[in-house]
Ligand binder design. Structure first.
Ligand code: APR
Ligand code: MG
Length: 213
């Protein structure tokens, strides 16, 4: 379950909290997969050092810099470009889901920014060449497939992966809010994802058995 939303002022008033800022960068596109399936939008996420999918960004100390300046600094490290992010791009702030029984003292601030397709492509190139975190804290940027291809491939399989914190709900809420997919498409994809999840559990058990043989 997601934690309660905090206003920006409320979040910044918590002086013993840690703050993390992340952003969903996206664009429209006219390109088509296999020359027939519309890609519609490019939505960027990243494969993190810990094997989880997440959004670019990171820890910010509001006593040293604004949340947005800190986010831009993180984007330079992780993507090789200091993408400007403003207060208008802010979507929500929440406590991160607790990882132990102790209450979470990490507030995650989430932003969304629309860009041109060419800018997104430049970012992808820089992420794999000039970004200092490439191969270290970030294993690579990934595009979120928003379509449903044959045998359910696409968004449903993507959503069945593992995500950091509440990144999956940040993605889903953004897709709905920005009308990048319809609620019907999303519902179908999530139903399929649940089935995939059950299949993955079986695959993992079989793989474990191989190591024990
Ligand atoms: N929802 C909730 N929590 C998140 C999300 C999200 N979508 N994305 C990241 N986090 C958490 C991470 O678990 C981490 O604890 O926010 C914190 C900071 O985010 P990172 O992007 O991991 O921070 P970054 O500054 O890029 O990396 C710094 O933080 O993850 C640790 O030790 C790790 O060296 C790394 C350091
Ligand atoms: Mg990070």
């Amino acid at each position: 379950m997601e934690s309660r939303q905090l206003s920006r002022a409320e979040a910044l008033a918590c002086t013993d909290c840690r703050h993390a800022c992340h952003v969903m960068l996206y664009s429209d596109t006219k390109s088509q997969l296999f020359g027939k399936i519309p890609i519609r939008h490019i939505v960027l996420m990243q494969m993190r050092f810990d094997g989880l999918l997440g959004f670019p960004g990171g820890l910010v100390d509001p006593s040293q810099e604004t949340l947005e300046a800190g986010l831009t600094r993180e984007l330079l490290e992780e993507m090789g470009v200091a993408v400007p992010v403003s207060e208008e791009d802010h979507v929500e702030s929440r406590f991160a889901p607790p990882i132990s029984a102790a209450p979470s003292h990490l507030i995650t601030h989430f932003y969304v920014k629309k860009m041109e397709e060419e800018q997104i492509k430049e970012l992808e190139k820089a992420s794999a060449s000039t970004a200092v975190d490439h191969g270290l804290e970030v294993m690579g940027m990934v595009r979120v497939p928003l379509y449903t291809a044959k045998r359910g491939g696409g968004l449903s399989f993507f959503l069945s992966h593992s995500f950091i914190g509440n990144a999956r709900s940040q993605l889903i809420n953004s897709l709905l809010r920005l009308h990048l997919v319809t609620s019907r498409e999303l519902q179908k994809a999530l139903r399929n994802s649940l089935k995939m999840h059950a299949q993955s559990a079986q695959d993992l058990k079989a793989a474990l058995a191989l190591t024990e043989a």
